[in-house]
Design a binder for this molecule. Structure first.
Ligand code: GLY
Ligand code: MN
Ligand code: MN
Length: 443
């Protein structure tokens, strides 16, 4: 995985300025940012894979940094207290070569000495912001973790604006994901099971399961109607109708989040519906520009989907009525998208709970994760879907305009989701996903 040291240094310079501004605004004179540590499952000596605190990972984009702690002080080179125990059971964390000259690094084999050193270095600081999960460490250092909400909200908010270093990594994550997607599609076309498609994805994208940004969603037939379907059936169903794959890649900690849906029978009605939704998705993306409200885009997609529900005879009323009666909510129950970065669902999608309420005054779309205006250098997904989920149709208040028979005929297909990752730019947007598929398919 390539790592551009020059662009990383620029990224760190940007972060130094950004954190200095935020710390000043909230009247802190430093920030202590632990990577975090893993804990074992209850009554067990095994743990889930380690994931660093994203605030730490933004400074130190290295996956294996358990128990490392970063100290940020305005005007001073960031200090990295790196924990590297002697261990013959596991390979201990390694200081990345690119940390050289960027961080003042001290390596510790013993936690007690590490904590003592952190205490000695922070001793003269009066107001330290503790930005991370290990409250025990904060307790050991006698640093308060009260009243950090507004500072952390602001840091999360700022994480939505990607630096050139971050954008390069997100493009890297896309390339990894697309390689997996193409292999998965080939496996599907040759009649593979969900499990075998999953394995083809891992192999082609050269990711182990625990390195994935999120668990692959590999859904044949009606399984596509479970939004985060999490199983991998070992057998191919007797009749295959459809395939939905939602799977991404990770590059230096940054995620891609990509979904494609295929019909098993090109040219059938389901295939036409995929193409029709794809057109709506592309048309909406082509209009993305700075200053638009993401909520408005989400609402526009509901209107687009209402048109498709009429055109494909899932409802017998007008598109306006389908929208007003909230029939679209039963077919498209999730948000149009979310911020993307070091987390698949980067937080910072809403300013604060109160502001979010004013951004979605009707309260109609509680599952929409992103309620901000589009600003340059944000990366977010655009992922409309149409699903055939009996539970949702059964709960529609006034179902008389639903064509039950037509709906029922599509239940075996599960649903459709099409998800691209979009970078907002000064002059509009860049689709990070499409051109990579197109270039690979053109070869
Ligand atoms: N892969 C999860 C999502 O699309 O939000
Ligand atoms: Mn997504
Ligand atoms: Mn996804």
């Amino acid at each position: 995985m390539s790592f551009d040291r020059t662009s990383f240094r620029d990224h760190i310079e940007f972060l130094c300025r950004e954190w200095e501004r935020v710390l000043n605004e909230h009247q802190f004179d430093a920030a202590l940012v632990p990577a975090g540590s893993n804990s074992n499952y209850f009554a067990d000596d095994q743990s889930p894979p380690f994931r660093p605190n994203p605030h730490f990972a933004r400074w130190v984009p290295e996956p294996l940094t358990e128990n490392a702690v970063l100290l940020i002080r305005p005007g001073v080179m960031p200090k990295l207290f790196f924990y590297q125990p002697d261990d013959f059971w596991y390979v201990p964390p390694q200081v990345p070569a690119w940390a050289d000259g960027v961080f003042d690094v001290a390596v510790y084999r013993d936690t007690e000495i590490q904590i003592k050193d952190i205490a000695a270095t922070t001793h003269a600081l009066t107001n330290i912001a503790y930005v991370g999960p290990d409250t025990e460490l904060a307790g050991n250092l006698a640093i308060t973790t009260d009243d950090l909400g507004p500072l952390i909200d602001q840091l999360d908010y700022g994480r939505s604006f990607k630096t050139p270093f971050e954008i390069t990594n997100m493009k890297g994550a896309t390339a990894i994901g697309v390689r997996g997607h193409l292999a998965a599609h080939r496996a599907f076309s040759s009649g593979a099971s969900e499990f075998d498609i999953h394995m083809a994805y891992l192999e082609a994208s050269k990711q182990t399961e625990s390195e994935l940004p999120y668990p692959n969603i590999i859904a044949l037939n009606e399984h596509a109607g479970t939004l985060h379907y999490q199983h991998y059936d070992r057998d191919t169903p007797e009749h295959v109708h459809s395939f939905l794959i939602d799977a991404g890649g990770k590059c230096n900690g940054y995620h891609s989040d990509i979904t494609r849906t295929y019909s098993a029978t090109p040219g059938d009605d389901f295939d036409s519906l995929i193409n029709a939704l794809d057109e709506k998705q592309q048309a909406l993306i082509s209009d993305i520009s700075l200053g638009l409200s993401y909520l408005d885009l989400h609402e526009r997609m509901h209107h687009d989907i209402a048109e498709l529900l009429v055109a494909f005879e899932f409802v017998t009323c007008s598109p306006e009525a389908a929208f007003n009666q909230r029939l679209t909510d039963a077919f498209f129950p999730h948000g149009l998208g979310h911020l993307l970065g070091l987390q698949t669902h980067d937080v910072g999608s809403r300013l604060t709970a109160t502001q979010a309420e004013t951004q979605d005054p009707s309260g109609r779309f509680p599952t929409l994760r992103l309620a901000r205006q589009i600003e340059a250098n944000q990366v977010f997904t655009v992922e409309p879907g149409i699903y055939f989920i009996p539970m949702l149709i059964d709960s529609v208040e006034n179902p008389s305009d639903i064509n039950r028979e037509r709906f029922q005929a599509f239940v075996p297909f599960g649903g459709i989701r099409i998800e691209d990752n979009i970078l907002a730019t000064q002059d509009g947007h860049e689709n990070l996903t499409r051109p990579v598929f197109e270039a690979a398919l053109a070869q």
